[in-house]
Design a binder for this molecule. Sequence first.
Ligand code: GLA
Length: 383
Amino acid sequence: MNINLEEKFAEQYDKKSDAIYFTPGRVNLIGEHIDYNGGLVMPCAITLGTWLAIAPNNDHKFRFKSLNFEIETTVESNILNEKDGSNWANYPIGVINEMIRDGKEITGLDFLFYGNIPIGSGLSSSASIEIATAYALNDYFNLGYDRLELVKMAKRVENDFIGLNSGIMDQFAVAFGEKNKAIVLDCETLKYKLVDVDLGNYVLAIINTNKPRELADSKYNERVAECQTALKLLNEEITLHYLCELNAEKFALHSHVITDETILNRATHVVKENDRVHLAAKALNSGNLEEFGRLMYASHQSLRNLYEVSGKELDAVVDFCTDYEHVIGARMTGAGFGGCAIALLEKGYEEDFAKYLTDYYVAKIGYHAAIYISEIGSGPTKL
Ligand code: GLA
């Protein structure tokens, strides 16, 4: 972190902070838009994230300040608070509501947040803020939640308070991430394995398209609803709780019940993407990075053509990567509609890649993309 949060806290609140916490963001290596369909996903935590400094106050209020946003918010402790438009503080407030609802005695705390995850970039800045708050309060007030309870709580905040019908992947990834490991998470059972990410002669590049994710939330909820429609139709013929209970072969036996082309495309993406994650996990375990890269490209094409959550900016990045000799796989990561892509880039070509991609992207899109070489980081900690 390039700022001194302790010092900033003292400037903002005129007193010393009592504790500082860190929670990462995440990238998803593969398995997109299938967490809410009971699929297998493969995210990992990154070293970009959210820092949170806290200290008690005596006036039974919660105060929220951030070095990233101008808006400061103060709410009463011990009451359930309403959502406040699109205020960033809705995320910590939503978490606090959940704890109050559970009967936890939490009161009087000043918060200062700082994050270096680009906002709206699909790297889970919101899950990072939610888990940062939940983890810090749990630790500070000794509330006794286990990590999975914090994850489920943060998901409820997204779904019920913020209004995004997202799956559990992001909150799980930022809470359970470990250094140099990917999480292979079954979103139906919540069983997971940590697998070593040994990229050998490659690095993981993150390319932020800098395209704001307009309408992302409403389009996201629309995709969730389309999957539910597909599930309902399939249930006329077989009993299923989630689309990902079917592999591509079994899906082909029943897909005739879906006559609407769009719904069929959505379901086809989901089922095939889930199969790809199973193959990708095997490829990673056996060190077959070429195969992993091929699956990344296939994932992107499916998100582009069948699920329709990419866009010209993300496609420009992936198209460039496809033609660039020293990249073996690339795809959009996260919800899509803008945000970030990831690429497996051969070591030693970081500068060359950045230069040529920048020229290509500016010529095609008209503004710059940002390129980071990412490290796989670990979950929440008290510093
Ligand atoms: C967002 C959601 C996740 C997941 C991804 C797409 O990040 O929060 O639950 O659905 O999109 O894979």
